[in-house]
Design a protein around this ligand. Structure first.
Ligand code: NAP
Ligand code: COA
Length: 276
């Protein structure tokens, strides 16, 4: 349901009118799609990641939609910088209602060969970075009276995945952090949820996987809905949870994988009978 472009959205175009959203890693891949979908539904955006060159083109696309887009270079591993960016940008835009923790680092690596620095880089970006952003955003989210955090995890937080020990452990930490913050911040009117994409086509993550194992069709064949997720599929789920449509949802982990993680490999009795 719903095409890839926000103009074919199943949601009302003014769903997020008057809201301000921060998206980390908002200039590329899934984060770019999330930023565009939030802006197309009325939100003003703060885009934050390390590279201004990644952020500016997405900010231009958002401005073309008639919304404000602030570009704020920051490394989520630097808590003081994160704090300054969140406070100053929220003050400049008159508040902060939505935070999407999408920034991440990942690469395929055998656990026994992964250096301490490699482990640390991924855990510090994914888990520590998500914590730094949430912590810095608490006050403006509380003051908005209607705050929403959406953390991007991954389907393998539930299962584990070979060559992803660092990323899987960090993302599992993000899921638990999501639930703990949902329990703690509900009384302040802040909802905290997570979205878990399966493999998303056209992204850096998918490119690296293809480069390493080169079998994207195998992943696709295991998806009951018959295709990989697209960035827009993830963006729609984030929009839903961040908007009033998700008003009483907190602590949820919404999987966006076309059914792959609930047993997509086995298609049914007809195929099983003919498979001998
Ligand atoms: P991507 O385009 O590489 O996105 C990662 C983003 O994080 C980039 O915009 C990057 O921007 C930013 N970033 C990285 N390190 C950072 C740091 N230290 N501080 C601030 N920003 C940082 O990859 P993607 O595939 O769209 O991934 C987006 C999210 O979806 C991630 O959380 C990923 O784990 C999740 N996910 C992806 C897939 C998939 O199949 N692609 C599947 C499941 C989950 P800069 O380089 O400018 O810093
Ligand atoms: N395989 C094994 N180890 C790797 C690696 C790889 N492909 N890439 C980096 N590392 C290790 C480095 O050797 C280093 O470890 P060391 O200090 O023990 O030598 C450590 O990771 C940090 O590398 P560095 O390049 O200095 O880190 P960075 O902070 O500049 O970049 C990364 C962070 C490594 C996560 C980088 O991949 C990145 O910027 N990723 C963002 C985009 C991304 O990952 N997108 C996919 C999201 S799903």
């Amino acid at each position: 349901m719903g095409g890839d472009e926000p103009r074919s959205s199943p949601f009302r175009p003014d769903l997020l009118e008057g809201r301000v959203a921060l998206v980390t890693g908002g200039g590329t891949g899934i984060g770019r799609a999330i930023s565009l979908w939030l802006a197309a539904h009325g939100a003003d955006l703060i885009l934050a990641s390390r590279s201004r060159d990644h952020l500016e083109p997405a900010a231009e696309e958002i401005r073309a939609l008639g919304r404000t887009a602030l570009v704020r270079p920051m490394d989520v591993r630097e808590p003081e910088r994160v704090e300054a960016v969140v406070r100053e940008a929220a003050a400049e835009l008159g508040g902060l209602h939505i935070v999407v923790n999408n920034a991440a680092g990942n690469f395929l690596a055998r656990a026994e060969e992964l250096s301490v620095g490699g482990w640390r880089a991924v855990v510090e970006i994914v888990l520590d970075g998500t914590f730094h952003v949430c912590r810095s955003a608490f006050e403006p989210l509380r003051d908005s009276g209607d705050g929403a955090v959406v953390n991007i995890t991954t389907t393998y937080v539930e299962t584990g995945a070979a060559f992803m020990s660092h990323s899987g452990a960090a993302k599992a930490g993000v899921l638990n952090l999501t639930r703990s913050l949902a329990a703690e911040w509900g009384r302040h009117g802040i909802r905290v949820n997570a979205v878990a994409p399966g493999l998303v086509e056209g992204t850096e993550g998918a490119r690296r996987l293809v480069e390493s194992v080169g079998r994207l069709e195998e992943f696709e064949a295991g998806v009951p809905l018959g295709r990989l997720a697209k960035p827009a599929d993830v963006a729609r789920a984030v929009l839903f949870l961040a908007s009033p449509a998700g008003a009483h949802i907190s602590g949820a982990h919404l999987v966006v994988d076309g059914g792959e993680s609930v047993g997509g490999k086995f298609s049914g009795p007809d195929e099983a009978a003919g498979a001998d």
